[in-house]
Design a protein around this ligand. Structure first.
Ligand code: ZN
Length: 265
């Protein structure tokens, strides 16, 4: 390819359009259409259009943590995102899966795609692990695996670098409230003052942490949270997280939280 083509390709990659445009066909709903957005509780949001950008944490090549039974975090993230899209669609909320084509996307690129799609909120879905020294060996289906049953529950992260920091906290609170209403509890292990953790817990009841170093949230122009749905190295919690019914319930709670946030904007 000649110089002009190389320049255009680099420009397209830097500006986010190379990945943003082809995926626009994957919009789950027509975000410009009139939406009737209603949570299961009856809470309404008439802000239209309201588009949720959903990031599936990690990628097939870099799949994140490994569960107690050897399943990769990325697979959990992907399954959960599909349940979340469904729950949002049920409530009349349009969503856009940033990495629906399973391409390798940098963290900055993920944020840029959300903005290019004119999303109102950004949520990155992850499943949690613990620091190495907490992991113990066990055997599952003839394979040596590692687990830690000491911690369980969800965590919500926000970044103080975001222009929408306070709104990000409000979004995190709404999501956490709905998860707790259905009986979920946060894990506080990321606040432990040890290497690799020591995150600033800004609301211990809600499990909300501030972590300015999180690349996917850095400098976000829209309200943005990263959600650790649960701890997949915990053997009991992993079984729970594998259950499609449980996944649907958690996704429904998060979708209700997003509608509640929308209704107060
Ligand atoms: Zn992750």
């Amino acid at each position: 390819m000649n110089c002009t083509c190389v320049f255009l390709l680099i420009f397209a990659l830097l500006s986010g359009r190379a990945n943003a445009e082809p995926d626009s066909v994957l919009l789950e709903n027509n975000s410009s259409a009139k939406q009737d957005v209603v949570a299961a509780s009856g809470v309404r949001c008439d802000k239209s259009p309201f588009l949720v950008a959903i990031d599936t944490g990690h990628s097939p090549a870099k799949p994140g943590a490994t569960s107690a039974r050897g399943k990769k975090e990325y697979i959990y993230n992907k399954e959960f995102v599909l349940a979340l899209v469904e729950a949002l669609t049920d409530r009349g909320v349009a969503s856009y899966r940033i990495n629906a084509r399973e391409q390798e996307l940098g963290l900055r690129q993920r944020r840029k795609v959300a903005i290019a799609q004119k999303a109102q909120v950004f949520i990155s879905i992850h499943h949690d692990s613990v620091q190495e020294h907490y992991l113990k060996p066990w055997e599952f289906e003839g394979q040596r695996r590692q687990y830690c049953d000491s911690f369980r529950g969800f965590s919500v992260f926000v970044s103080g670098t975001s222009a929408q920091y306070q709104a990000s906290i409000a979004l995190a609170e709404k999501i956490s409230t709905q998860l707790r209403l259905r009986g979920d509890r946060p894990t506080l292990h990321h606040a432990e003052p040890i290497k690799g953790e020591n995150r600033q817990l800004i609301d211990s009841d809600a499990g909300i942490y501030r972590w300015d170093g999180l690349g996917v949230l850095k400098g976000s122009a829209i309200p943005a949270v990263l959600l650790e749905v649960g701890v997949i190295v915990n053997r009991e919690e992993e079984l729970n997280l594998q259950d499609p019914q449980v996944r649907r319930q958690k996704a429904a709670a998060i979708a209700d939280g997003i509608v509640a946030f929308c209704s107060e904007q």
